[in-house]
Design a protein around this ligand. Structure first.
Ligand code: FDA
Length: 393
């Protein structure tokens, strides 16, 4: 290390991506400073997955991510896979289980994942600075300079791993975007994602169903997810809705199939089999009772099946299989699990995450315009982009 440097690399943000990049670079003998303005590292890891951290997804591949350039994440995800992270977890004896859809959680606590990453960093002799916000970043003669509290630090490599602005009360910021713009990189409009949607106007009546959940197929844009949807006192949530929120744009519908397991003609067949059954009770076979009641009422289907024409039943079925909600918004960054958009990938190397125009400056993790589905995909991107960057430091 040249005497003009205080470190080989400064990594800002001791979250998932920052700790991973630090550990990898430290292991390669780099002298790394990992700095965070929070008083403890990995706070989002600690609250993730209900405290058990859904740390990866066995199915993670480029198709599970949204980005203006869908190919960008391919290289990093292929070089550091879910199986690689699982090997690391197992090497620490951390017990885990697959919950559903390839989602891996700790049996015990997310604290084990943070402890593991900190131990990995310690192996590399990394220096950790907590509780100091980074001052203005200078860049001259190939060296990045910044202050952390009263201390000035300098390094030829600077990694921005400060995440996105979702859940600001946890210390989340748009710092990565400010740095990107300051160095002439583009930022894809950041929006809240994996976030509940709100209903207003006529649809506000659905809020009376708060607490009711059912399995649906939710669609918006190019997204389509079969999982549970949940009515809330503000609108719609549950995994299917959180997933689809990443694809939804203001002014567009979200389409819900409330009958994913019923064939076309189901109601007409029921009418022939049980003409005296009430429409509500038949819908109640496929849906929670409160939801069946509300939907039957909205469809104007009172009385028995025999009272309805086959045409009316077919029309009702079609509406139930493609119910269009027009959300009036989302619950915003305060409730969003992630931020979609971020530092534009066309300015970054997909191999090293380094800014093409600013040698030595890297962006990793959620701050980059790569956003995963719900279910461990976002951590997998944090690990993979962290490793890609760490190896290049
Ligand atoms: P991350 O947010 O982890 O870290 C950024 C760090 O930078 C923070 O420590 C922050 O304090 C610091 N920082 C910010 N601004 C700074 C500044 N100006 N100066 C210095 N430091 C600064 N994903 C998943 O795959 N499985 C899951 O189970 C969950 N669960 C989940 C639950 C909840 C409630 C939330 C909010 C999010 C999740 N996620 C998730 C998403 C996941 O937490 C997220 O994608 C990763 O933490 C992103 O990792 P990063 O390292 O990019 O940012």
């Amino acid at each position: 290390m040249s005497p003009s440097h205080t470190h080989d690399a400064i990594i800002l943000g001791a979250g998932a991506a920052g700790m991973m990049a630090t550990a990898v670079a430290g292991r390669q003998g780099r002298r790394v400073l990992l700095a965070d303005h929070a008083d403890a590292p990995g706070k989002k890891i600690l609250i993730s997955g209900g405290g058990r951290c859904n740390f990866t997804n066995l199915r993670a591949g480029p198709d599970n991510y949204l980005s203006a350039n869908p190919h960008f994440a391919r290289s990093a995800l292929a070089r550091y896979t879910a199986a690689d992270f699982l090997d690391l977890v197992e090497s620490y004896g951390i017990a885990w289980h697959e919950k559903t859809l390839g989602q891996l959680f700790c049996d015990g606590s997310a604290k084990q994942i943070v402890a593991m990453l900190l131990d990995q960093c310690a192996h590399g002799g990394v220096e950790l600075s907590l509780g100091h916000a980074a001052g203005e970043i200078g860049h001259a003669d190939g060296l990045f300079t910044l202050s952390l509290g009263a201390r000035a630090v300098r390094a030829p490599k600077l990694v921005i791993a400060t995440g996105g602005p979702s859940i600001p009360k946890m210390g989340a910021t748009g710092f990565a975007y400010d740095v990107a713009r300051r160095f002439g990189l583009k930022v894809v409009e950041p929006r809240p994602a994996l976030v509940p949607l709100t209903l207003g106007g006529d649809e506000a009546l659905f809020r009376d169903l708060s607490g009711v959940a059912t399995e649906v197929v939710a669609s918006a844009g190019h997204g389509r997810f079969r999982e549970a949807a949940l009515f809330t006192h503000r609108g719609l949530s549950g995994p299917a809705i959180l997933q689809i929120s990443s694809y939804w744009r203001h002014g567009e519908d979200v389409t819900i199939d409330f009958l994913p397991d019923r064939d076309t003609g189901w109601l007409a067949a029921e009418k022939r089999a049980r003409p005296k059954a009430s429409v509500r009770s038949v819908l109640g076979q496929a849906l929670p009772d409160r939801l069946a009641d509300a939907l039957a009422e909205r469809l104007g289907l009172a009385g028995n099946l025999a009272d309805q024409s086959d045409k009316a039943l077919a029309a009702a079925e079609a509406r139930l299989a493609g119910w269009a909600f027009l959300p009036n918004g989302t619950e915003g960054f305060a409730k969003a699990e992630v931020t979609i958009g971020g530092v534009a990938t066309d300015g970054l190397s997909q191999k090293t995450m380094e800014a093409r125009k600013v040698p030595g400056l890297h962006f990793i993790g959620e701050g980059v315009d790569v956003t995963g589905w719900l279910g461990g995909y976002n951590f997998q991107w944090a690990w993979a982009s962290g490793v890609a960057c760490g190896e290049a430091l």
